[in-house]
Design a binder for this molecule. Structure first.
Ligand code: AMP
Length: 353
């Protein structure tokens, strides 16, 4: 059912993704209500309403649900059960969250959808880790099943002597052991899906990471990636359809010699799609609003020959005076407080004319 402009969109999570969703929603005439436990979430600066409450506060979620016409989320480490209080107003639904927030559940699901992942084993003990090393070979990376992001909750095992240190580095938490992929490049498929199955892709960006955190996203991607995009799109769409996902979903891939391997699913708008704000006819943020409000899909073509998005992480934000003075650059500052190491403070996009 169409949620018309003038309605109120609830956004659970008030980080930079919520902030950019809020700007896109406002352009289409919606008002946003942010739900976040923080005192000054960046998204609240651009929203009509904000609730400060814990993500597992079912009463607060119920009041929030009653105050909005449709609700969505921009953060995936939400406790799932309390979201039942929101019911059918929540788009995408909780299934997308439940699958994406546990790396073991996610990998089983991806394989069920016919897509490929790197060799992996669930590990719950040091003995499991040792068994995984002998079955998968080296190197492998341990990733906690839950609450890992931007390389957090991960430890590499490059030789047998690293096993114990890696297991203790992830605090002996239930994890997956994943074979190290000798990838050519990394890329993502960003897709928006409507409840009736309509969908739209953007050009797939090539993603470069620094210290496990996205640093650069570039479109168009190189030839090695472009050759793998058709198979990757088929996989991403099958994942979105099987989840019954409504809204934007991002699937991160390794372009490996054996073809595209799924790294992970983000059931939401994604950092590797920020370039779409200026680089595509419809941004991922506007498209997400269109999909959850059941407005027609916008076109997703590039508006120039290409685009490059660079994240401003930690102290990078101190470069803002030179960036804001650079001709043609699109500077985004997220309005966060302290520039801690590893914290995403803003980004810039440069179009290739
Ligand atoms: P993740 O948090 O799982 O997205 O991992 C962050 C980054 O670490 C990825 O984007 C890769 O650059 C690297 N990485 C993660 N898993 C693997 C793997 N199995 N093989 C090689 N590199 C990996």
């Amino acid at each position: 059912m169409t949620v018309p402009p003038g309605s109120i969109i609830g956004i659970i999570g008030g980080g930079q993704l919520g902030r950019m969703l809020g700007v896109a929603a406002a352009q289409l005439g919606y008002k946003c209500h942010i739900f976040d436990p923080a005192e000054h979430p960046p998204a609240a600066d651009v929203a009509a309403f904000a609730t400060r409450a814990a993500y597992d506060d079912a009463d607060a979620l119920r009041r929030f649900a009653a105050s909005v016409d449709v609700a969505t989320y921009e953060f995936e480490n939400l406790p799932v059960a309390p979201l039942d209080a929101i019911g059918a107003k929540l788009r995408p639904g909780t299934r997308s969250l439940a699958v994406a927030q546990d790396r073991a559940v996610e990998k089983i699901f991806i394989e069920k959808c016919g897509a490929r992942v790197a060799g992996w084993r669930p590990v719950d003990s040091l003995d499991d880790v040792r068994a995984a090393v002998s079955q998968l070979g080296l190197p492998i990376v341990l990733k906690t099943r839950r609450f890992g992001y931007d390389g957090k909750g991960q430890a590499w095992i490059r030789s047998e002597v690293d096993v114990e240190a890696a297991w203790s580095a992830i605090r002996e938490t239930p994890a997956v052991a994943e074979a190290g992929v000798d990838f050519t490049a990394e890329f993502s498929v960003i897709v928006a899906r409507w409840g009736d199955g309509r969908h739209a892709f953007w050009d797939s960006p090539e993603n470069g990471h620094r210290d496990g955190i996205l640093h650069l996203s570039t479109v168009p991607a190189g030839a090695a990636i472009r050759a793998q995009v058709p198979e990757a799109r088929t996989a991403a769409l099958r994942i979105a359809e099987t989840l019954g996902h409504v809204g934007v979903m991002t699937v991160e891939f390794f372009a490996s010699p054996a073809g595209p391997l799924v790294n992970e699913i983000a059931p939401r708008v994604h950092n590797s799609g920020h370039w779409t704000i200026e680089g595509a006819a419809t941004s991922q943020f506007e498209q997400h609003i269109r999909a959850i409000c059941d407005l027609p899909p916008g076109t997703t073509d590039l508006v120039s020959r290409g685009a490059e998005m660079e994240n401003l992480i930690g102290d990078d934000i101190a470069r803002w005076p030179e960036l804001v003075a650079e001709a043609g650059v699109h500077l985004h500052i997220y309005g966060k407080g302290e520039a801690r190491p590893g914290r995403k403070m803003g980004h810039v996009t440069r179009l290739v004319r």
